[in-house]
Design a protein around this ligand. Structure first.
Ligand code: GRF
Length: 206
């Protein structure tokens, strides 16, 4: 499975995929990484693994690259890499419907909540504020509507009264590092069909 990964930040999820690729734990080849931030540590991780990186920074040279310009460059890059799957791993820009529809491969996103709860930002704080007993992360198909595509997989944890938003973030990130490779494995094996709108997400075994 040829994978392109879109990132904006630390890239710890990208690192998990790099490690799994190098250890032959996952049948993947990461054909390229796109970062929309020039200061993302994910860029260093990709370079260290000799993976092609395109930095399409929206703040380069002090001038904000509009989403249309970003998408034009990203499209060209993705067409050149020819991935079978595009993975958004900590990618923090909202993509347009036309970009998603014309992408050369299906796109999945990792989101730090049990969707459909808490689309968007500040998911951990919102889960605590609502007094939720369960929280976690989801991998879903990317569609034009933010965080609203078919939920493919989820990983759950119990929220305890002493949990803080920062603490939950750390615990959820540990789960993300298991959920993303597990999901990609299921896609590679054909267990998950990205073209079928699933109603029941697969849950990562505890
Ligand atoms: C993850 O928590 C992801 O859910 C969120 O951003 C974080 C990315 O982490 N959208 P990393 O860049 O993979 O380390």
């Amino acid at each position: 499975l040829h994978i392109a990964v879109l990132v904006s930040g630390s890239g710890s999820n990208l690192q998990v995929l790099i490690d799994a690729m190098q250890a032959n734990i996952l049948p993947i080849e990461i054909v390229g990484v796109i970062s929309n931030r020039e200061d993302a540590y994910a860029i260093t991780r990709a370079q260290d693994a000799a993976i092609p990186v395109a930095v399409l920074s929206h703040v380069a040279s002090g001038k904000r690259m509009g989403i249309k310009t970003f998408e034009t460059h990203a499209s060209t890059q993705l067409q050149a890499w020819q991935p079978d799957l595009i993975v958004l791993a900590g990618f923090m820009r909202v993509l347009s419907g036309s970009f998603i529809d014309s992408a050369p491969a299906p796109m999945i996103n990792l989101h730090p909540s049990l969707l459909p709860a808490y689309k968007g930002l500040d998911t951990h704080q919102r889960a605590i504020k609502s007094g939720d007993r369960h929280h976690g992360c989801s991998v879903h198909v990317v569609t034009a509507e933010l965080d609203a595509g078919a939920v493919l997989t989820q990983a759950l944890l119990n929220v305890t009264p002493k949990d803080t938003a920062a603490g939950l973030q750390t615990r959820v990130q540990r789960l993300e590092h298991q959920l993303l490779p597990w999901t990609i494995q299921l896609i590679a094996k054909g267990v998950i069909d990205l073209n079928i709108a699933q109603t029941t997400p697969s849950v990562l075994p505890a």
